[in-house]
Design a protein around this ligand. Structure first.
Ligand SMILES: Cc1cc2nc3c(=O)[nH]c(=O)nc-3n(C[C@H](O)[C@H](O)[C@H](O)COP(=O)(O)O)c2cc1C
Length: 196
């Protein structure tokens, strides 16, 4: 799949088939995540792949708030990957402090998207989940106190007939702000002029 098609078609998948995810496929996603750029090349990420049914189900439940239906789909995913923030190297820490920017979170976002784009290229669906009980996730996955679970990613083949399978139009049915609303020319607020 060429890059433009890949970014147009990748979307959050919230309905999964029971088909297991081959180990080689998940490893390819991990390799893509590993190759992401990061501030001072700190690579402040660690991926915990959870496939064991009992542990995975418990993890999925930690994403569901006491009220509402948010993230209920997570129990259906055959795999959940936890992205753990590692301590960045000293240069990145100093840079982040001096510039008042959480470089490690930017790094992790990029790496996680590498993971998800590689998954999409392999026909896998993913959904990043930022809403989960961090404390209980840490305990469940035995993450040391010095590290922080910051993101979960559900992974699996999209359920047949799900929107993720049906919509292959440019933008894949995604709702996005107009280009003019997110891009300027030369200075902030000067509207981007589209090329013909
Ligand atoms: C940092 C982050 C956290 C997210 N957390 C959740 C979440 O907790 N639950 C959920 O259903 N989707 C979550 N999403 C998915 C977004 O809702 C989704 O990416 C967005 O609506 C755009 O849709 P698309 O991914 O299909 O293009 C998260 C995405 C990101 C990047």
């Amino acid at each position: 799949m060429d890059f433009t098609t890949l970014v147009e078609q990748r979307r959050s998948v919230r309905a999964y088939a029971e088909t297991p995810v081959p180990r080689a496929a998940i490893e390819q996603c991990l390799q893509a995540a590993r190759l992401a750029p990061s501030a001072c090349n700190a690579q402040p990420w660690h991926y915990v792949v959870v496939s064991d049914t009992a542990r995975r189900t418990e993890l999925a439940r930690l994403t569901v708030p006491p009220v509402g239906a948010m993230n209920r789909f997570a129990v259906q995913a055959p795999l959940i990957v936890a992205v753990i923030a590692e301590r960045p190297n000293i240069s990145s820490q100093i840079g982040a402090a001096l510039k008042n920017k959480p470089f490690y979170l930017i790094d992790i976002g990029i790496s996680a998207e590498h993971f998800c784009l590689q998954a999409a290229e392999l026909g896998l669906g993913t959904c990043m989940i930022g809403w989960f009980d961090e404390k209980r996730t840490r305990a469940l996955l035995e993450v040391p106190k010095s590290r922080r679970p910051v993101l979960l990613i559900t992974v699996g083949y999209p359920e047949s007939g799900s929107p993720a399978q049906a919509d292959h139009s440019p933008q894949g049915g995604k709702r996005r702000k107009a280009l003019e609303a997110v891009a300027s020319t030369e200075r902030w607020g000067q509207p981007w002029r589209r090329s013909d």
